[in-house]
Ligand binder design. Structure first.
Ligand SMILES: [Zn+2]
Length: 295
């Protein structure tokens, strides 16, 4: 069973109506020898009872405008095929097809989606790659996770990917090392730690007794400003412990203009652009879904 089967850009998906979907032999009697348009490769068959089947059809020839159907394979028999109407969905995007399949027809083998512009597409055996996206919050939603979601919404050329936020809060990190005052990297983030004084490194405040909630880059800046190191709670997502078997996208304060991969994770710069995040998702696909192709 090929997972995540979706049609290629030239979808060739046609919708046919029958009175009643009963059996494969019934489909055979109805469709074998019947003319299909030269671009048609898949048939979504719907009946009056609301049942749906999905067929992959072979025609005698793809040359003439129409040609008789010579054979077909049932990708989704009635009872194992759902038809979902989702007007907000771009059905050319594999991740969108997978997300809709899992949320609206969980456990169903073949899911046909009628989306934006009335376009119809499908996914068979939906099993998207779960990608852990490591982030620190606030902001909420975390930026990298939000960028991933926005890119996957239009990623026509990537395999189905389902991002899963793997977050830790500044508050949780601070609780690892209780202090009377914390120094945070950036005032613009609006981050505070409940019940404790906070100062912000980017405002270059007077040196005080504090614990830095920061990364290697913040430590360097602290040393530059004050000539000494501060007690630090490390916040760089890249340094979080992780299961190397779980595909992970993370970010690092020390990367500036490129992405890296190591130990089962792809790493982008802290303030990655959408272009860099797209590049990282392409790397994720190369590493964890190298053989996936649309059909
Ligand atoms: Zn880092």
């Amino acid at each position: 069973m090929t997972p995540n089967m979706v049609p290629s850009a030239y979808r060739g998906v046609s919708v046919a109506r029958v009175d009643r979907l009963v059996s494969e032999s019934g489909l055979r009697r109805h469709f074998l020898g019947r003319e299909a348009y030269r671009r048609t490769r898949f048939l979504v068959v719907r009946d009056d009872e609301g049942d749906t089947a999905l067929l992959r059809v072979e025609k005698d020839s793809d040359e003439p405008l129409f040609s008789p159907i010579a054979s077909f394979e049932v990708l989704g028999p009635p009872g194992e095929c759902a038809y979902i109407v989702a007007p907000e969905a771009d059905t050319a995007v594999p991740s969108t097809l997978a997300r809709i399949a899992l949320s609206r027809a969980p456990g169903v083998r073949a899911v046909v989606v009628e989306g934006m512009y009335g376009h119809v597409s499908f996914i068979v055996n939906p099993d998207p790659l779960r990608l852990a996206v490591q982030e620190i919050v606030p902001p909420e939603p975390p930026k990298l996770f939000d960028q991933v979601r926005r890119l996957l919404d239009v990623a026509e050329d990537l395999p189905p990917i389902l991002p899963v936020a793997d977050t830790v809060t500044f508050q949780e990190l601070a609780s690892l090392t209780p202090a009377v005052r914390y120094l945070l990297p950036c005032g613009g983030s609006g981050v505070t730690v409940a019940g404790v004084h906070t100062a912000y490194l980017d405002q270059r405040p007077e040196l005080q007794e504090w614990t830095l909630l920061g990364c290697a880059r913040s430590r360097d800046i602290h040393e530059w400003f004050y000539g000494e190191c501060a007690a630090t709670v490390e916040i760089c997502p890249r340094l979080r412990t992780r299961d190397p078997r779980v595909p992970t996208l993370t970010k690092c304060c020390l990367l500036e203009d490129r992405i890296e991969h190591c130990d089962g994770s792809v790493v982008v710069p802290w303030g990655a652009t959408l272009g860099q995040v797209r590049e990282a998702l392409q790397e994720v696909a190369r590493r964890w879904e190298p053989s996936w192709r649309p059909v």
